[in-house]
Design a protein around this ligand. Structure first.
Ligand code: SAM
Length: 262
């Protein structure tokens, strides 16, 4: 209740993420800072942190055990993970679709497209693994998605989960200072972003391209699009496979080609 105005204030959060972790303090600290804190303060994102250890039933609060068949390290046991996720989802509506994401180096590589897909849901559950990972039955019978942030192995799923949460949050309208930022960022339209400059116009003799100082918006847009195309061709030609060029793009490509031929 808003007592000053004596009226009810209904808060609608755009998206809720439930993070299942063995390191709740780390997660709370992260979610209380930077972009996450802004998204929270604007009531656009709700990040809820759950300690998987709270779902154990023995006095040592055991979350890991030796792998059957031997081998190095410990594995996260299935029971506390299943119970934690089931408890968190107990208030889920019957038709509500909530992806349950396991962070794992064996998952689908995170891309802008996948982030967009997750950002389209109202709720998401993320499971952070640790030790040698999680019992296979978690992957087989609980999770709906397995996501990797790259072909390397970290010691826990928390940092990958923060990467995913950050990437999703900046796509939620209102979280960034300007929603246009997310639309012009690399990958948003399939290309890498154009080069950017700020003041001073000359630094150590290195000049900012003249067109950016011209105040001519049409020319600036054309220059940026051309640089985006050029940069993507040079650095990530794989992104251009199947890319749908506009007529204007094809003209710019010709210009780029002609400049290269000189
Ligand atoms: C040491 S790793 C386990 C690696 C596992 N033994 C394997 O070889 O696939 C521990 C946890 O860190 C997280 N993790 C590590 N690297 C990751 C990556 N590249 N992407 C997403 N999660 C990762 C996962 O949650 C994983 O369960």
């Amino acid at each position: 209740m808003n007592h000053e105005k004596n009226e009810c204030v209904i808060i609608t959060i755009d998206m809720r993420i439930d993070l299942m972790t063995l390191f709740p303090d780390l997660a709370e600290n992260v979610f209380n800072d930077a972009l996450f804190a802004i998204a929270r303060s604007k009531d656009l994102m709700d990040y809820r942190v759950h300690n998987i250890r709270d779902y154990t039933h023995d006095k040592h609060r055991t979350v890991d055990d030796y792998p059957f068949g031997g081998g190095a390290g410990m594995l996260m046991k299935p029971e506390p993970i299943f119970e934690a996720v089931e408890d968190v989802l107990s208030d889920k509506g019957p038709d509500e679709e909530v992806p349950i994401v396991l962070m794992t180096p064996q998952g689908e590589k995170l891309t802008h497209k996948l982030v967009q897909e997750f950002a389209s849901y109202k709720r998401l559950v993320i499971i952070c693994g640790h030790y040698e990972g999680v019992d296979e039955r978690v992957r087989e019978h609980l999770v709906t998605h397995e996501v990797s942030i790259g072909d390397y192995v970290l010691s826990g799923g928390e940092l990958p989960a923060f990467v995913l949460c950050d990437a999703i949050s900046r796509l939620i309208p209102g979280v960034l200072g300007s929603d246009e930022s997310a639309q012009t960022d690399s990958y948003a339209d399939g290309l890498l972003e154009y080069p950017q400059y700020t003041r001073p116009p000359v630094y150590r003799g290195w000049e900012v391209p003249e067109v950016l100082l011209s105040g001519h918006h049409g020319n600036v847009d054309k220059w940026r699009r051309k640089e985006s195309l050029k940069r993507t061709m040079e650095r990530r030609p794989d992104l251009l496979e199947g890319f749908e060029y506009s007529k204007a793009d094809l003209k710019l490509l010709k210009e780029i080609q002609n400049e290269g031929d000189k």
